[in-house]
Design a protein around this ligand. Structure first.
Ligand code: AMP
Ligand code: MG
Length: 419
């Protein structure tokens, strides 16, 4: 068979082809305790005002501010303490002239009072105290509704539920949370050279590291891996394995076999299952043969077998697609500028992605490659928290130059990738 001619497309175009597909986002409800890491399927509205009542932000005395207006160092004003309440209690008393209620942080301001004097601002006696300054109307009061009022949208559909969102949901009494359903994932590591982790090494064979790595990458973004297997380079059985995986999962990730070698069967597998190949060559290093196909709302990611390329493919293509499938509003990697701390003089005919370590320093962010960085490298992936992104058609980057860096630990809202 003649070698198939492939036309490389820019990374930006590849991502946008993935994100243009029509997917259906499924929703469900989960217990609040189970909702961390899911994406909200609906806007969440405030079911009441917060604070729910005027309350004291300090331990002190609630007073009528008008009674304090003549207070000064020379003319201290005395108040009579008529009640004592802690958070959770409500005073039944109404304040009269020069009366006060001893009140703790979080307690509801009693009837008639509209400012709070902190303990530190008083001199206390048995059941009285004096103050030396006037207090304004509403001074030291947390006002009803000052943070949110009933009906406010406090969390937007598409938000990843973080611990803060859990606090918000708890505040408003959401025991059940509307979330999107996460896609299920199959991982198939292809290659007749592959051994399992527990296997003894044999001549010509290597241990499968991509499978466990992809499983971990998937787990890190909250996905469960349903099917996980090694697959020999055999066309017939590979077609069957991919078909089976597609019948059970929303995402099928394969590694290896995407090139134009004699045993690289992925292109033929895609043909056999009639998947719509979105691209099979990207102007990037490593991983130029990364292939993504779409079939009936399901994604097939054909990542390169080379570990660094495989990792890069997951970060660039699988992550945004997963975010799309879960209806997340933040889909893309965060890109920052950083100062390169080592020369990188190789030419970059394609956009180059280098596993790297970014560090925030007082004088800005620095970045260095995280180790030996060929596409087959494994160790540098483990020491990376970022990828340096060098535009195609460039060369001769020197220490001190500013470069673009993808943070591989977080997502951003903007469609910013994209050189
Ligand atoms: P391929 O994409 O199948 O041409 O493989 C490219 C390179 O990656 C070859 O050196 C393979 O041996 C290696 N490789 C393929 N699959 C894996 C894997 N699952 N784990 C580690 N290395 C792999
Ligand atoms: Mg192979």
């Amino acid at each position: 068979m003649p070698v198939e001619k492939r036309n490389p497309i820019p990374v930006k175009e590849a991502i946008s082809r993935i994100m243009k597909q029509n997917v259906s986002i499924r929703t469900t409800k989960v217990d609040l305790d189970e909702s961390l890491g899911h994406v909200l399927a609906e806007d969440i509205v405030a079911t009441y005002d917060i604070p729910r009542f005027n309350k004291s932000p300090y331990d002190g005395f609630a007073i009528r501010s008008e009674d304090s207006k003549d207070a000064s160092g020379e003319h201290r004003i005395e108040f009579e303490v008529i009640d004592h309440i802690g958070a959770g209690s409500v005073s039944t008393k109404t304040l009269g002239k020069n009366q006060a209620v001893r009140i703790m942080t979080g307690a509801q301001i009693p009837e008639g009072a509209e400012s709070v004097v902190m303990f530190e601002q008083t001199i206390e006696s048995e059941s009285t105290f004096t103050i030396r300054k006037p207090f304004d109307h509403l001074e030291n009061i947390s006002l009803k509704g000052e943070e949110t009022t009933t009906g406010d949208i406090v969390l937007k559909k598409g938000q990843h539920i973080n611990p803060g969102a859990i606090a918000v949901l708890a505040t408003y009494g959401y025991t059940q949370v509307p979330v999107t359903i996460k896609p299920s994932v199959a991982i198939i590591a292809t290659g007749s050279e592959l051994l399992d982790v527990e296997d003894e090494l044999e001549p010509g064979k290597i241990r499968n590291s991509n499978g466990p790595m992809i499983k971990a990458l998937a787990k890190k973004i909250g996905l469960e891996v349903g099917t996980y297997q090694l697959q020999q380079d055999n066309l017939e059985s590979s077609i069957q394995v991919v078909k089976d995986a597609l019948s059970q999962h929303d995402i099928v990730i394969t590694t290896g076999g995407v090139s134009v070698g004699d045993f690289d069967y992925l292109p033929e597998i895609y043909k056999a299952i009639d998947a719509n190949v979105l691209f099979n060559k990207v102007a990037q290093r490593p991983g130029s043969v990364t292939t993504v196909a779409f079939s009936n709302g399901q994604y097939l990611f054909g990542l390169s077998g080379n570990p660094s390329a495989c990792f890069t493919g997951f970060e660039l293509y699988v992550k945004p697609a997963v975010n799309k499938l879960i209806g997340a509003s933040e889909c893309y990697p965060q890109i920052i500028k950083a100062t390169l701390m080592e020369d990188f003089t190789k030419p970059n005919p394609f956009t180059r992605f280098i596993r790297a370590k970014a560090t925030l320093t007082p004088s800005g962010t620095t970045v260095v490659p995280s180790g030996f960085n060929k596409s087959g490298a494994v160790v540098a992936i483990a020491h990376a928290n970022a990828m340096i992104m060098l535009p195609s058609g460039t060369r001769g980057f020197k220490a001190g130059h500013t470069v673009d860096v993808i943070l591989t630990e977080s997502n951003a809202f903007e469609e910013e990738l994209l050189l």
